[in-house]
Write a protein that binds this ligand. Structure first.
Ligand SMILES: Cc1cc2nc3c(=O)[nH]c(=O)nc-3n(C[C@H](O)[C@H](O)[C@H](O)COP(=O)(O)OP(=O)(O)OC[C@H]3O[C@@H](n4cnc5c(N)ncnc54)[C@H](O)[C@@H]3O)c2cc1C
Length: 465
């Protein structure tokens, strides 16, 4: 077989595919992303980027661009009779930290941002990466995983030979079907509803402290901010078996929920949805990997689908980049499913739980952040997470010269190592004694903690402060 035409083909330009292509592109890996749509979706779907998602977005240099599209709000559910009487309501935790809580654990609070606008920011960044080519209007038709690569055909009759494929082609994944990977979980527990996207002057009704979800009881339904320009998702509660309300009825209900009979409302779009929770039996077949909804689909309960799609796409991509760069052996790729499946199992189960929307911040934040090292605010205003590089990053206490050298030497020959020597206070906040060091992967997951006793044969390494 001839040499591969492309190191990585990403199928699908949703949250998972964009995160994967963007991460690969930032590593300088030649990547082609094919997306069957010619025009991007304008459906908001998700309206929240989680703490960990925002940390990734920050690491891509896109936090300000995403915040510009977001509403400055806490991702808590505010329950009230109507929006106009919102100050008589009360807050419920939905598993996301408030901005004050987030500041304790992360440099990046969750953002109330519509998925379509977030994806626009990611797409625009992707277009600036010289090693990534995006082909819109191209549908993958067949995928065959062979011992030394993957053969792919497209709907327009092209044939591609690629080293790896990222199947990020959504819930009805062609890639998954082509691999013969079945999904567990049928339609039982599926959540149905209506997503009306509207423009209406609601933000001025709500006072200075805004929330990511408003549940109104006067005429039951949810209001979710979907843009700083008073764009909203309105999801009226629909009884099972009852015919879906017509557009004018939805606007009428929205007005009652807002508490303003003459509220001007512009209906941007209206869609019914039905979302089951499903998990692929495996996330990989040879050199083809499934990411996002192709691997795990959740109901909207808990607001996690887009977030784990984005995070999984990024996770798979740095691992592919390391292997393609020769920084790690192919066994690194086994960690993708090993690390992402438990997260997917958790959110699938949560999304099937009728009470799954309301969860404690403590429990769900732990799942969202995973095992990455702690955020520590450094004296120069950066976060410890901001120091993470594309290879290994060593965090060393002020007296940990030998520890740091030993850790870095232990990683020599693989990915590049960057060493950061911390002041005593920052080291302590990271759980390090002054003479200890730890090494972390690019996603912040600690690789090893170097204790004093283990430091003997340190070799010289390049040190970046
Ligand atoms: C009504 C609704 C509300 C939701 N609310 C939330 C929420 O509050 N929070 C949250 O986190 N998530 C939410 N989600 C889930 C979230 O939208 C999905 O989990 C997320 O979009 C998954 O991203 P993805 O990239 O895996 O797939 P997708 O976004 O589906 O993207 C897949 C892409 O692949 C393309 N494609 C498909 N087949 C091919 C092919 N053969 N060749 C080339 N391209 C192809 C598609 O056109 C599409 O652009 C919601 C979903 C719905 C429907």
């Amino acid at each position: 077989m001839s040499a591969h035409q492309i190191p990585v083909l990403v199928v699908g330009g949703g949250a998972a595919g964009l995160a994967a292509a963007l991460t690969l592109g930032r590593y300088g890996i030649e990547t082609v992303l094919v997306e069957k749509r010619t025009v991007p979706s304008t459906r908001p779907r998700a309206t929240v980027a989680s703490t960990r998602s925002m940390e990734l977005i920050r690491s891509w240099g896109l936090e300000a661009a995403v915040r510009a599209q977001s509403v400055d709000a806490d991702v808590w559910l505010w329950e009230c009779a109507t929006l106009i009487s919102a100050d008589a309501g009360r807050a419920h935790a939905v598993g996301y930290p408030s901005r004050e809580q987030a500041a304790l654990v992360s440099p990046a609070a969750p953002a109330v941002v519509a998925q379509d606008r977030l994806e626009t920011v990611l797409r625009e960044h992707l277009a600036t990466l010289p090693t990534v080519r995006v082909e819109a209007g191209v549908e993958v038709a067949s995928v065959r995983s062979l011992p030394d690569g993957v053969h792919v055909t497209t709907g327009d009759g092209r044939s591609l030979w690629t080293r790896y494929v990222v199947g990020a082609d959504g819930a009805h994944s062609t890639v998954r079907r082509q691999l013969g990977v079945t999904v567990h979980g049928g339609d039982a527990g599926a959540v149905s509803g209506i997503q009306a996207v509207v423009h209406a002057p609601l933000l001025p009704l709500l006072g200075p402290r805004l929330y990511g979800l408003y549940s109104v009881t006067e005429t039951p339904g949810l209001f979710l901010p979907a843009g700083p320009d008073d764009r909203w998702v309105y999801a009226p509660a629909v009884e099972p078996g009852v015919a879906a309300p017509r557009p004018h009825q939805i606007i009428e209900r929205l007005r009652r929920g807002a508490g303003l009979a003459h509220l001007p409302v512009h209906l941007e779009s209206l869609r019914a949805f039905r979302s089951p929770a499903q998990l692929a039996e495996r996330f990989r077949d040879g050199d083809v990997f499934l990411a996002g909804d192709a691997a795990h689909r959740v109901t909207p309960r808990g607001g996690t689908g887009m977030n784990i799609a984005l995070q999984g796409g990024a996770d798979l991509a740095w691992k592919l980049a390391w292997v393609l760069a020769g920084w790690a052996g192919p066994e690194l790729l086994d960690t993708y499913e090993a690390e992402r499946r438990p997260v997917a199992e958790h959110v699938v189960a949560r999304s099937l739980d009728p009470d799954g929307s309301r969860r404690s911040v403590r429990d769900e934040l732990a799942v969202d952040l995973g095992p990455r090292l702690s955020h520590v605010a450094l004296p120069d205003g950066r976060s410890s997470l901001d120091l993470l590089g594309p290879g290994w990053t060593v965090f060393a206490g002020p007296a940990a010269d030998a520890s740091a050298r030993a850790l870095a030497a232990g990683r020599a020959g693989s990915a590049p190592v960057t060493v950061h020597t911390l002041d005593a206070l920052s080291a302590r906040a990271l759980g390090l004694s002054p003479d200890a060091a730890l090494v972390a992967r690019p996603d912040g997951v600690p690789g090893a903690l170097q204790a004093r006793a283990a430091v003997r044969e340190a070799t010289a390494i390049a040190t970046a402060a």
